[in-house]
Ligand binder design. Structure first.
Ligand SMILES: *Cc1c(COP(=O)(O)O)cnc(C)c1O
Length: 389
């Protein structure tokens, strides 16, 4: 292999340019930095982009899941179906409502929730399904919507990976009862931290809007402008989950270039697919067969330990020694201490993936040379440490 890179290639890096810096500087000078006119502009632009009626910004994707689940009025013992191959946010928020996460296995190739397993997991206590559009590839929503309709349960899409993703020509965020997005720095669109709920349901939107600011029916920006009175009224106790105009100023710039950033992600991912196609011991992600647009939030491969005799964890260390960063999406939630103790279950595909998956560097400002370097590093690791047949 050629000389080691001089600098570390991270697995992700936010794509921040002059326009974001200009926008945030203007917001800082404007005299209003928390939720206000900028936030309202970002919300309408986001709703328009995904093609839905309401977009409500929040402090994080986790907060979005929290209020999304709250708006469904879960009772203790109610069940919510979720994959275990996900970030902890969904399961944690379910448990914190005293509801029960019902973990369902995923498809090995797409890593999305297995619809047949979902159907089998439905019970009279099921209140919602939270599919995750893993790595930015849409779940098969039509059969999921049918299941929800048949049983009268809600579909909350975890779209944290899916900004710009499409299912059968429709943008993710315009389909389920609720969809939640995350604007954490590793996501396709970032506002440093932040999240969004989208919905067409006016009642759910109104409830979430109320709950994100103390449960109070008052708009502080209007008060600042001298519109309305100083009185406020608590309709029900709520949270303090509002966005800020500082975040919105970043979000508006990022939303404008989202399609371009996703296109660059796709090009890099295709380059990986090509260069890694016949690498013994590395299983590549497969695309679904129904019409879709992948947002390529992550490019994940499986380290086939039984073929090459290297564990995923060791593989990641060897890549790090070659200045290549990797990510781990995800360790199975049901194998984490708390969940193993309280909600034990066996999920063969999820367990298989969880011990073999790694995310390779993928971000818009990366180059095809970087991809070539990563691929060479992978082949070098296999040559040096792999089992010799
Ligand atoms: C990032 C992520 C979240 C949570 O988003 P935050 O903004 O970090 O709270 C939820 N679900 C999935 C699948 C994620 O990747």
């Amino acid at each position: 292999m050629r000389n080691n890179r001089k600098t570390f290639l991270p697995f992700s890096k936010p794509c921040i340019g002059k326009d974001e810096i200009k926008a945030i500087t203007e917001c800082l000078s404007s005299g209003w930095i928390t939720a206000g006119p900028g936030t309202a502009r970002f919300e309408s632009a986001f709703a328009k982009y995904v093609g839905t009626t309401f977009a409500l910004s929040l402090t994080s994707g986790t907060a979005a899941l929290d209020l999304g689940l709250t708006s469904l009025n879960l009772k203790p013992g109610d069940e919510v179906i979720t994959p275990s191959l996900t970030w902890l946010s969904g399961p944690n928020m379910i448990v914190l409502k005293r509801a029960k996460p019902v973990f369902v296995d995923v498809n090995v190739n797409t890593r999305n929730i297995d619809i047949e397993q979902v159907e089998k997991a439905i019970s009279p206590r099921t209140k919602a399904i939270i599919p995750v559009h893993f790595a930015g590839q849409p779940c098969d929503l039509d059969p999921l919507l049918n299941i929800c309709k048949k049983h009268g349960i809600a579909l909350i899409e975890d779209a944290a990976h899916a900004a710009g993703c499409e299912y059968k020509k429709r943008k993710i965020g315009s389909i389920g009862d609720l969809a939640i997005f995350s604007f954490h720095p590793i996501k396709n669109l970032t506002t440093a931290e932040g999240g969004m709920v989208t919905t067409r349901n006016e009642q759910l939107a109104a409830r979430i809007k109320l709950l994100r600011w103390h449960g109070v029916n008052k708009d502080p920006w209007k008060r600042n402008k001298g519109i309305g009175t100083a009185r406020y009224d608590t309709i029900e106790p709520g949270w303090k989950y509002n966005f800020t105009d500082l975040q919105a100023s970043l979000g508006l710039v990022q939303l404008n270039k989202l399609n371009k950033m996703n296109e660059q992600r796709r090009r890099l991912a295709m380059h990986y697919q090509k260069l890694l196609s016949d690498t013994e011991g590395i299983a590549l992600p497969k695309e679904v067969t129904y019409p879709h647009k992948h947002s390529w939030h992550l490019y994940t491969v499986l380290v086939e330990t039984e073929k090459i005799g290297i564990t995923r964890d060791d593989f990641m260390e060897h890549l790090k020694a070659r200045n290549v960063g990797t990510g781990l999406h995800f360790l199975a939630v049901h194998k984490q201490s708390f969940y193993q103790k309280n909600f034990p279950v066996k999920l063969p595909n999820t367990e298989y993936i969880s011990e073999r998956i790694m995310s390779l560097p993928l971000f818009p400002d990366m180059t095809e040379h970087d991809v070539v370097y990563v691929v060479e590093a992978i082949k070098d690791v296999i040559k040096e440490y792999g089992r010799r047949n």
